[in-house]
Design a protein around this ligand. Structure first.
Ligand code: AMP
Length: 439
């Protein structure tokens, strides 16, 4: 099947061909027709299989065909995503797919200046891609007119509907017309979270490609026993293998990410860290240096686990088990994208074994965990200062509220008293062993 047979606009098809896409992926084949018809859709497909184009291409076509056209000061399509990096990436995709169409695309996300974003909201746009926190912030100041939104998309829908984001999403949705089309896409969607979609959608078409929460088949998963004190030594040992060219390492905490990075640098490995305590400029520079091949290792918290599409990541290393087990599927999906292959390595401590069993239930298969060949398990753990473990994590959780749970000032575009009930609360996710928090 070719893209031509899907009913997309000619200007969009031209841009798709220029991207080098010859054939729609399975989620694109399945989702484009119902989205074009105007149905609400829940789309579930493995990481790296083209979900962004699956919703963007038909939305752009609908916007081009609608009689109304852009109206000054109004937003026509709102795409919400959980992280700033993902907003930037979706905007790049939308701009590429709409380059031959006259559609205005704008972004709203935190950590950068508000002025250009306010100007874009004032002018109005066909497609606005935003993180909920900054959108509420600007909406609270009275910016943005969402009364004519024709289409709402929640990308990484299960993250957007978890308790960290849900109140913000509810507040935003209250300012949108009820008659809109609503689309939700993710690689994972638990039954609990799926039940929540009813608040936002009308008779959605459920499109599942492959099994839910299935890691991409293009990723080889390896799990190694690892005494907690030897994690860093094991990482250094692994990096002795030169085929580990471009490595994304996941740490549970921000301080942990910095610590891993410092030790890698001391070991002679070029690395940078990306997490919520770094400025947006630092985050973007680190990601860019990683994409350009200037650094071999990017150490990240789970802010990088969702959606980020970096070509050529050869390995993902789960230095720490994820807090929310669904994030395992997303983390390892940063490699093996668009039919490339990749390897995901997970360190498993004695403390993680219970979680490993739960993870097996989520991914629906046995995950073999053995010893790392050639690694000296008898070595002494390096002496180090006592870890501020739980205390540190609590501190990080407190510090996080401006990130995951920043819902901005009350009032303005997104409502007054009712909105005030939507404050951040620490949460327990159905798939989490610890309470949610910092990324
Ligand atoms: P996504 O899952 O949306 O992040 O897309 C993963 C990668 O697949 C991105 O690098 C896209 O550019 C690429 N991609 C999306 N659709 C297609 C297609 N039909 N053919 C080839 N590559 C694609």
């Amino acid at each position: 099947m070719s893209f031509d047979s899907l009913g997309l606009d000619a200007a969009i098809l031209k841009a798709v061909a220029e991207q080098g896409y010859t054939e729609p992926t399975p989620i694109q084949k399945a989702a484009i027709p119902p989205v074009l018809e105007g149905s609400d859709v829940i789309g579930i497909a493995q990481t790296g299989t083209g979900k962004t184009a699956a919703f963007t291409l038909p939305i752009l076509t609908r916007l081009l065909r609608a009689k109304s056209g852009a109206q000054r000061g109004r937003v026509r399509c709102l795409i919400l995503a959980p992280t700033r990096e993902l907003v930037v990436q979706i905007a790049e995709n939308v701009s590429a797919y709409s380059r031959h169409a006259r559609l205005a695309v704008a972004t709203v996300y935190g950590g950068v200046g508000e002025r250009p974003q306010i100007a874009a909201l004032r002018a109005g746009c066909d497609v606005l891609i935003a993180t909920p926190g900054r959108l509420l912030d600007l909406g609270g100041q009275g910016h943005g007119d969402f009364s004519a939104v024709e289409c709402l998309v929640l990308d990484e829908a299960d993250r957007m509907l978890d308790m960290g984001f849900l109140p913000a999403i509810q507040r935003i949705v209250r300012s949108l017309p009820a008659s809109r089309q609503t689309l939700m896409f993710s690689a994972t969607l638990s039954r609990e979270i799926e039940a929540l979609t009813q608040q936002f959608q009308r008779s959605p078409k459920l499109i599942e490609v492959g099994r839910r929460s299935n890691p991409a088949e293009t990723v080889t998963q390896k799990l190694y026993e690892c005494p907690g004190a030897l994690k860093q030594a094991m990482l250094h040992h692994l990096l002795g293998d030169e085929s580990m060219r471009m490595v994304l390492v996941f740490s549970r905490t921000k301080h942990g990410a910095d610590r891993i990075c410092r030790k890698l640098a001391a070991h002679g490995v070029q690395a940078a860290a990306i997490h919520a305590n770094r400025s947006q400029g630092q985050r973007q520079r680190a990601l860019q240096a990683f994409k350009n091949g200037e650094i071999r290792v990017l150490v990240a918290t789970d802010i990088a686990s969702r959606g980020i599409d970096v070509d050529g990541i050869s390995h993902v290393v789960n230095f720490d088990f994820p807090d929310q087990l669904e994030d395992y599927v997303h983390r390892i999906g940063r490699t093996g994208r668009a039919e490339a292959t990749g390897t995901a390595i997970t360190f498993v401590t004695g403390e993680d074994l219970g979680e490993l069993r739960r993870l097996e239930r989520i991914v629906g298969k046995h995950l073999h965990c053995g010893r790392l060949p050639g690694f000296d398990y008898s070595q002494q753990a390096p002496a180090r200062a006592p870890e501020p473990q739980d205390g540190e994590r609590r501190m990080e959780r407190r510090g996080q509220r401006g990130g995951h749970g920043d819902h901005g000032p009350q009032g303005g575009r997104f409502g007054g008293r009712r909105a005030a009930q939507g404050d951040y609360r620490p949460y327990g996710h159905p798939g989490s062993r610890r309470r949610g928090g910092p990324r």
